[in-house]
Write a protein that binds this ligand. Sequence first.
Ligand SMILES: Cc1ncc(COP(=O)(O)O)c(C=O)c1O
Length: 416
Amino acid sequence: METNRIPFLDLVTPHRELKDELTAVFEHALETAGFIGGPMVEDFERTFGRYCDTQHCVGVGSGTDALRFALMAAGVGHDDAVITVPNTFIATAEAISQCGALPRFVDVDKRTYNMDVNGLAAYLADECFRNDSNGKLVDEQTGRRVKAVVPVHLYGQMADMDPILELAERYNLLVIEDACQAHGAEYFSRRDNRCKQAGSMGRAGAFSFYPGKNLGACGEAGAVTTNDAELAQKVRMLRDHGQAQKYYHEMEGFNGRLDSIQAGILGIKLRHLTAWNERRRECASRYRELLGAASEVIQLPIEPSWSKAVFHLYVVQVQNREQLQKHLGEAGIGTGIHYPIPLHLQKAYENLGYRQGDFPVSEEAASHILSLPMFPGLTYAQQDRIAQLVLDFVNGETVRIPKSTPRGSVMTSIGS
Ligand SMILES: Cc1ncc(COP(=O)(O)O)c(C=O)c1O
C-alpha cells in the first residue's frame, strides 16, 4: 500500500502550528459572547484593508456575498449585463445573476488563463452598440445594458488590469475584481508606474476566505475592499438586512455578515500571509526548475513581467490529463481540476444560449488543465517526488531529477 501520500492541500499542519492562538480566539468569543460584529471584525477589516492598500474593507459571509454585494452596491441590477470569463468558479457568475443581471462571457488568454483583453475589446467593439437616445452601451444579442466587467484573478495571478481599466473607462463600465483566489497578488501598472495590490484597482474587490484559500478562515468568510466610501457603506448595509441602525431598514438586504470568530482567526493568519505567499512562489519556481525539461509537453504557469502571482493553485496543461492524474493518484499524489467544465457549458447556464466552440481557449483549458499540490508547507523532497512522477509519465524514464537540494538553493539544470 502507498504510504508516502502527498495531499493536494495540507490544511491540517498550519492549524496545528497556530493552535494556541486560534483557540484563544474561540475562548475570547466565548468569554465576551461577542459572536457577531465587534472589535475582532473591525480590527480585521482595518488590517486587511491596509494589506490590500484600500481605504475600506467590509467583512462579509463569503466570497460570493462579497461579489454580489459589491456589484449591487455599485448599482448593477435588473436589465444589466456584466462581462466576465467562463474559466472561473461558478460563484463569479452566480453573483452577477443574483443581482438580476445577465453574465456575458469573453474568453481567457491561453498563457495566463485570465480575461483576454483583446477578446474583451472585440466584444465591446463588435457585439455591443451605443443606444442613440441615452448613449448607454447595449449587448446586441440580449438588449441588456452592459454595466460592468468582472475580471477574475484566477489561480492567484491578476488579470491584465491596465488595458481592462482603459477599456472600462472608454466604455463607461464599472470594474469589480474577483480577487477570491488572489490575496496578496500584485500587478505592476504601466499606467501608474507602480505595483498595485489585488482588490485595489477596480471600483471594488471581492475576496473569499474559504478555508483552502491563501488566507482562509475556519469556516465561511469573505470581504469587499474599496476606496469608495459610499460603496463601502452600502455593502455594510447589504450585509446586515439593509440597516445602518438596528431595526431601521433603508432597503432590503441580506444576512451576510462576517462572524467575529472567523475575523479573529483571519487576523491571526493574516500575519503569516506574506511569508506563506513567498513559500508558494518558491514552490512554483522549484516546480519550474524541476519540470522545465518537459515544458514542450507540459505547459507550466506563465507569469508575465507585470505580475507577481501568489499561486493559489499551480496549474499545468497536458494533453493526456486524465492519465497523468491517474498516474499521480496511484502514487498517492493529490491533484485537482480547476475547472472541468467552463461556465458557458454548465447546465446551470443553458439559458444563456452559448454553445460548444464559443470560447475555445476556456474549453481547451478545461479538458487539459491539472492542478498539482501547492501549499506553503510543500517540501522540496515532496516536489522532487511529484516532479519525478510527472517526468516519468511524460518521458518514460529518460529524465531524472538530481537528489533533493536544500530549500533556498538554486537548481540550474535537471539533466540526467
Ligand atoms: C474565483 C472565485 N470566485 C468566487 C468564489 C466564491 O467564494 P466563496 O466560496 O467564499 O463564496 C470563489 C471560491 O472558491 C472563487 O474561487
